[in-house]
Design a protein. Structure first.
Ligand SMILES: Nc1ncnc2c1ncn2[C@@H]1O[C@H](COP(=O)(O)OP(=O)(O)OP(=O)(O)O)[C@@H](O)[C@H]1O
Ligand SMILES: [Mg+2]
Length: 368
């Protein structure tokens, strides 16, 4: 009998850690989650990744060493998954390992995920599927987002629905019973909130959005941020990352007259509203018939951000946990699903999402 277990490993733009999941895909419906694990990124490795987001000395060597260090973290995540599920490496068909994005430049023809899949295969004794983005980019696509095909498989409803992932960047999947799936990035979800919170409070993120909730959003600054950024109004397909929404982006906006006299927590509240408003605008513009929104990713644990979204979206919103998948496992599960799609020869790169010229088989296999 062929193996039906797959592991998914996701470390996203927030660079906060690794979300891992082990799932059984033996029944035709939704995969059954056997175990999950979240490892925080060791500080030194996080710093290495963040510095690799910018041009710097001896990048190739630093990238290779960071990749090897990440493989050790990924292997530890897999070890925990197997132990928690009482499973063996030989039970697992493959690991889908996304890697850590340090540059995302589809328009220049590339997106770089730091990863050491051969090393991970050696460390775990399990086949690894990696490098999920470059085939779609080679076919003229954005190489992102890649999760809509998976969102469609597990969250499809009888009505028009949006699936919203709140990672560092926000991406939406637009599902409708009578249209091909669509999906694109809408802009920052947590990346600017995290940056500002780290700079002003030292905390890695604003727990439950409490700090933002203590401030008052500046309407003028919010308008300025929206109007000064042409990317928000670009039509899909589109994707983005830290290359664009980063410390420099924020610093430039905060030099505006509209930011004068605002308290630090007022700025945080404004950034929260920027996330909510750009998402709501994207859905109103591109999928006005959307009836409900299912939210996943770490930002779904931020009650204050969820409240701002409910206000701006004017539609029922609920965390993915309410429809059976914990918010921190959706993206990791997507990479387990994509690894399986690769082994089955199923082309999960969707032109209706990424703008590629044709569907593509995503990922490359590194045998154990
Ligand atoms: N309890 C919480 N309260 C507020 N924010 C939270 C909480 N837990 C997580 N977050 C936010 O979620 C972020 C991490 O989310 P997640 O891991 O989904 O993003 P990511 O790593 O960028 O993934 P991806 O790129 O795949 O979407 C944290 O950086 C933080 O901003
Ligand atoms: Mg993360």
């Amino acid at each position: 009998m062929t193996n039906t277990l797959y592991a998914g490993l996701m470390s996203g733009t927030s660079t906060d850690g690794i979300d891992a999941v082990l799932a059984d895909f033996s029944s035709p419906g939704a995969p059954r989650i056997l175990s999950q694990a979240s490892l925080s990124m060791p500080d030194t490795l996080r710093q290495q990744f963040l510095s690799l987001n910018d041009a710097g000395d001896n990048e190739l060597d630093r990238a290779a060493l960071a990749a090897n260090a990440l493989a050790l973290q990924y292997a530890e995540a897999v070890r925990r998954l197997l132990m928690a599920a009482g499973a063996q490496a030989s039970d697992v068909a493959a690991i889908g390992a996304h890697g850590q994005t340090v540059r995302h430049r589809p328009d220049a023809g590339y997106s770089i995920q730091i990863n050491a899949p051969a090393r991970l295969a050696e460390l775990t004794g399990i086949d690894v599927i990696a490098d999920f983005r470059s085939r779609d980019i080679a076919a003229g696509g954005q190489g992102a987002p890649l999760v809509p095909a998976f969102h469609e498989a597990i969250f499809q409803a009888r009505h028009a629905r949006a699936v919203l992932n709140l990672g560092g960047i926000a991406n939406i999947t637009l599902l409708s019973p009578d249209q091909p799936v669509r999906g694109f990035d809408t802009g920052p979800a947590n990346v600017l909130l995290d940056l500002w919170c780290q700079e002003k409070t030292g905390a890695p993120y604003d727990e439950n959005g409490r700090w933002a909730a203590s401030g008052r959003a500046g309407r003028e600054l919010l308008d300025t941020m929206m109007e000064s950024e042409p990317w928000f109004a670009l039509p899909p397909p589109k994707s983005t990352g830290r290359d664009h929404f980063n410390r420099q982006w924020l610093a430039r906006r905060l030099r505006d007259r509209a930011a004068r006299g605002m308290r630090d927590n007022d700025i945080q509240a404004t950034l929260r509203d920027l996330t909510a408003r750009t998402i709501a605008q994207a859905i109103d513009t591109h999928a006005p018939h959307t009836q409900d929104v299912v939210v996943c990713g770490g930002g779904a644990l931020n009650g204050d951000l969820m409240a701002a979204l409910a206000r701006d979206l004017r539609r029922p919103i609920r965390p993915s946990s309410a429809v059976g998948v914990p918010v921190r496992t959706v993206e990791a599960l997507a990479f387990a699903w994509l690894a399986r799609a690769h082994l089955m020869g199923c082309k999960a790169g969707l032109p209706s999402v990424t703008g590629a010229r044709h569907p593509t088989l995503l990922g490359a296999r590194y045998p154990a």
